[in-house]
Write a protein of this length. Structure first.
Lengths: 371, 371
DNA sequence: AAAGTTCCCGAAACCGGTTTCGGCAAGAGG
DNA sequence: CCTCTTGCCGAAACCGGTTTCGGGAACTTT
């Protein structure tokens, strides 16, 4: 019974609702499609009067070109790609909404859109990215959380596909980026603590695969050096980006024979782990020992005392990233599209002059352990 | 010097990187484009052997059809649209990442993508939505946070564009939805508190323009009725969805001559405001008065005592919404695509048997006020 | 063996835009 | 007055797919 061209899949015929096409505009004015197209796209071989007539008519008829119809010839879909890694641990990203708002806002301003995708693993991100590339779902990509050696960067660079990093990377050739100066923030944090009188200042770094982690350690080191303090490798723990890991790192630091009176954390979430330690050991954060972190997550404001931190403006970051990427897609050289912005210090209660010296703190902890 | 067809805009010629097209596959096998197209799209008038040959060759050559090239004829871009309202107040949406992960995951599974956009105002959302519709950037839309009377719904319904709501609405004709049974959760919350011995149980509703708010109030009322408790209009406050508003609502309830010993909140964030009141008045949440809320935001776990709440699975919601929407786009009747799922109770420490009667609580508060 | 089906697939139109090419007309130059 | 530009726009090809139409070959049926 089947009559040749019967489809098996359950797709429904597209609805017949008619759109205003470029041909409608052309017919309406008695010109050709090509004239309309060139008039609307800024070609110079169209007289001003004609251009005006056409753009008016297009406006009045409500003509909106289909970007996918344009894309077939131009190769541009006017869309930015964003592939997020959402693993189970830190899937709760409080500033994601802001970040996306920034990206989409800048994109809409140029009449572009944003194509978003997620994956759980690094490998999954790679695959998703390459699918979007293969199907040309986006003209360029925003790469958040860049690693020192980043496969996404390598793949896109090799294929000469426009991209911009939120973060920096080891080999910057052909790369554009927007990043927050985490190194400056950590330098400032260390300087601030030193000026408060701290002499032993520790650092809990972030994930070692990420570029930011190295940069923040550098900043921490620079800050110590500038304050004339020596660098004690024992005061730099293993990486910690979660609540639990931050708690463990804090504990290990306080166990030291000569414990630090201040700790800088590369990420807020780890710093919040220190609060649990303080509660456990009945220490007051901000006097018994101080904490300064980085990120600016909202939970930091609810902590008690509030977490002093260097906050990043996620919305602005998204906005700048999208703007720069569009420029890149339009042909700007990648080397011209590199921007750094500062984090802003949010002073709350988690830091202050040390009540005790390291030796006294050690003694105090030993006493508490007995009881 | 300009030679006629010079463009003024700064667009760069698209890069010449060649893709594998359908013609390449066809030539490679000595068949026509149309045969390849039909073979790959499941038409029945292609012999199995040919179909196999073609799909193998396509695979081997790495052929991926351009969705925008397909779209020009089919009218389908294989993309789901999602327009979020990101206002300044609650822009920090902790489950957004999960929600997006769910949506994109279900979309990718069908080889679809997700086009995301944001706006700050209700009006902005409307405009963004209509821009996406006009440019046909998506084949259908996911509408989060539906209102009782929702302009987005009316607009899309009028134009017969597929959509699905996360939430319900007043006039369900032509609507599909996925929603969490907030009414059941509130009924269960009230029942739970009643069984703990509470006799005066209050409710702090969410934004009155949203459908969920009305439903949760209904659930609260049903719960009271089922427990044989009377409904006191004084125990239903004005809407509160922020920390501050929740704090104010709590204060007003405790000021009552006969205050409630338990409060149900339509949203977690408002419930967290109650903690500030408790701290202020030196009341213990979970014994002096109890709190049960709804949402399952992560901050609830950090509160002290932990917030007992009905949590929604955002990831699953996103997943189901995307799946249902795709079915809708493929032609399923909207009435068949309606799903409800339960919220799950997360028992923490914010509720328990009342230590005091309402009268005693009032007295206690009066005493504290004196000192 | 002729006629009618059924199974496959090629040819060509089509979707809605963009871009190339060429030509007419008006203005400039000699 | 004739030629040479220059400005402006139409005709048609083109992008990469999908879909319609029709027809040849093989297979039944009578």
């Amino acid at each position: 019974m089947q009559t040749g061209s019967t489809k098996t899949s359950n797709e429904q015929p597209r609805r017949a609702r008619t759109r205003v096409t470029i041909a409608d505009v052309a017919n309406h004015l008695g010109v050709t499609k090509s004239t309309v197209s060139r008039a609307l796209n800024g070609y110079t071989d169209i007289s001003d009067s004609t251009r005006l007539r056409i753009s008016r008519a297009a406006e009045r008829l409500g003509y909106r070109p289909l970007s996918h119809a344009q894309a077939i010839r131009t190769g541009r879909v006017r869309s930015l790609g964003l592939v997020l890694q959402v693993d189970n641990e830190d899937s709760a990203r409080p500033f994601l909404a802001d970040f996306i708002a920034g990206v989409t806002q800048a994109a809409s301003a140029e009449n572009w859109t944003v194509t978003i995708a997620t994956a759980e693993t690094e490998r999954g991100v790679q695959e998703t990215l390459s699918r979007l590339v293969d199907e040309h779902k986006a003209d360029g990509f925003i790469l958040p959380r860049t690693r020192s050696r980043d496969k996404r960067v390598e793949a896109l660079r090799a294929q000469d596909i426009p991209f911009i990093m939120f973060g920096r990377t080891e080999d910057p050739s052909g790369c554009s980026w927007y990043d927050i100066k985490g190194e400056d923030a950590m330098r400032a944090a260390t300087a601030r603590l030193a000026s408060q009188g701290h002499r032993r200042i520790a650092h809990v770094p972030g994930g070692s695969e990420y570029t930011y982690s190295k940069l923040r350690i550098d900043g921490y080191r620079d800050g110590l050096a500038a304050a004339g303090l020596s660098i004690d490798p024992a005061l730099i723990t293993s990486p910690a980006i979660t609540h639990d890991a931050g708690e463990a790192a804090t504990r290990s630091l306080l166990m030291l024979a000569e414990p630090p009176t201040a700790i800088t954390f590369a990420v807020d979430r780890a710093a919040l782990g220190a609060y649990r330690v303080a509660q456990d050991l009945r220490l007051r954060i901000g006097s018994d020992f101080s904490v300064i972190a980085y990120d600016g997550i909202p939970e930091g404001a609810y902590a008690n005392p509030g977490l002093t931190t260097f906050a990043v403006n996620s919305r602005q970051a998204g906005d700048r990233l999208a703007s720069l990427l569009i420029k890149r897609i339009r042909g700007a050289a990648p080397e011209e599209l590199r921007e750094l912005a500062p984090a802003t210090l949010v002073e709350r209660g988690s830091d202050g002059p040390p009540r005790l010296t390291p030796a006294e703190l050690a003694q105090c902890l030993k006493d508490k352990q007995k009881t």
